[in-house]
Design a protein around this ligand. Structure first.
Ligand SMILES: Cc1ncc(COP(=O)(O)O)c(C=O)c1O
Length: 367
């Protein structure tokens, strides 16, 4: 008799390609005059470069960090622009930039030194990065012009574009101070500009920029949650994490749930045990009360998240039973939806981190 293949745990991540395409269309709607970089670093924010490619190939280019991800895009036959947002990490990486025609950021003198020493027949398109206030990478406004002048004299350089990154586009401080610093230091420099990230696309769509760099919004997470949610911005979740109930328990008052007995029942209640834990990428920091959908009905977690399981109060959904569908985030049955941002917020983090942290053991499907 043939041995049957092992049945996987019921947990699964689903990538919604129609949502990716629709979210990209939202970027175009909000910034119709700009070209769009689809930011696909960190393996497309955990969604998988190969899985998102078809849906996002309507972008004008792909922006990322890792050379191996750039190679994967070229292997998918993407011939258009690819931008290395942090430039190269080693001088020898410039070889690959020449070979794959990668555009790259330059954020420090060392990177310019490497380029000046690089032998190439094909001059590079570069994005000179200004540190306009984020204080992460880039030339200060005072040092920017001399960096530009030095670059402009290099035979290895084709076109120079100018870029900066906002620290507070999602919040109260906003972007005006950074835009002012950028514009003052670049006023008479030629070249295309790239300024806006997702939060700027949504909250400050009037920024003068030739290229926007849209990451998180493409994946259906609101960069300024909880002030605004994805419904407010007209975005759709690009990832669902779903699983099933693999057990139920009846609790009496005084009964506790899970490690460290973090939850104590105050009344008779029924709970469900979900095949999903922190080893799947669900945050252990989610406290009792974190939202979850069971059969599309909004419920809440109880007790600590363990490695492979978590518990849910089934009071709102008495018909739930073994095998009931559980939506940890994303699209649930019958049009139900739970934004990844809500779960992230409960854990004290952001949607970015959750989508990037789905564990390799979780099977991923494309819807
Ligand atoms: C330089 C740069 N541009 C654009 C982005 C995209 O940001 P977001 O995902 O918030 O749109 C990032 C991401 O952190 C980035 O580092």
């Amino acid at each position: 008799m043939a041995e049957s293949a092992p049945v996987p745990r019921p947990i699964q991540a689903l990538i919604h390609t129609a949502a990716l395409a629709a979210n990209l269309a939202r970027v175009r709607q909000r910034t119709p005059d700009a070209r769009v970089w689809a930011v696909v670093k960190a393996n497309a924010y955990g969604h998988g470069i190969e899985r998102v490619y078809e849906a996002l190939r309507g972008a004008d280019g792909f922006a990322l960090l890792d050379l191996d991800e750039a190679q994967r895009l070229r292997a998918l036959d993407w011939r258009g622009p690819i931008l290395l947002l942090e430039g190269v990490f080693e001088p020898r990486d410039l070889e690959l930039c020449s070979r794959l025609n990668l555009w790259h950021a330059l954020h420090c003198e060392a990177q310019i030194d490497w380029l000046a020493a690089h032998k190439t027949h094909q001059p590079h398109r570069v994005f000179l990065k200004m540190n306009s206030g984020m204080n992460r990478l880039g030339f200060t406004p005072a040092a920017f012009r001399s960096a530009w002048t030095r670059l402009n004299a290099l035979p290895q350089v084709d076109e120079i574009s100018l870029m900066t990154h906002f620290s507070d586009a999602d919040g109260d401080r906003g972007i005006d101070h950074q835009v002012a610093a950028f514009e003052a230091a670049t006023a008479d420099l030629p070249g295309e500009r790239s300024l806006s990230n997702s939060a700027a696309v949504l909250r400050h769509p009037g920024v003068k920029t030739d290229w926007v760099r849209a990451g998180i919004l493409t994946y259906g997470s609101a960069p300024d949650f909880p002030e605004h949610d994805i419904a407010h911005w007209g975005l759709a979740p690009a990832m669902t994490l779903r699983s099933k109930l693999i057990g139920t328990q009846h609790l009496q008052p005084g009964d506790t749930v899970g490690y460290a007995s973090r939850f104590t029942a105050e009344r008779p209640m029924r709970i469900g045990i979900v095949a999903c834990g922190y080893a799947d990428g669900y945050p252990r920091l989610c406290p009792t009360g974190t939202p979850v959908l069971v059969d599309g009905v909004r419920c809440t977690t109880v007790g600590r998240v363990s490695m492979d399981m978590l518990a849910v109060d089934l009071t709102p959904v008495p018909a739930a039973a073994l095998g009931s569908e559980v939506t940890l985030w994303g699209e649930g049955p019958r049009g139900s939806r739970l934004a990844i941002d809500e779960v992230a917020h409960a854990a004290g983090t952001i949607g970015y981190e959750l989508m990037c942290a789905v564990a390799p053991r979780v099977p991923v499907g494309v819807a």
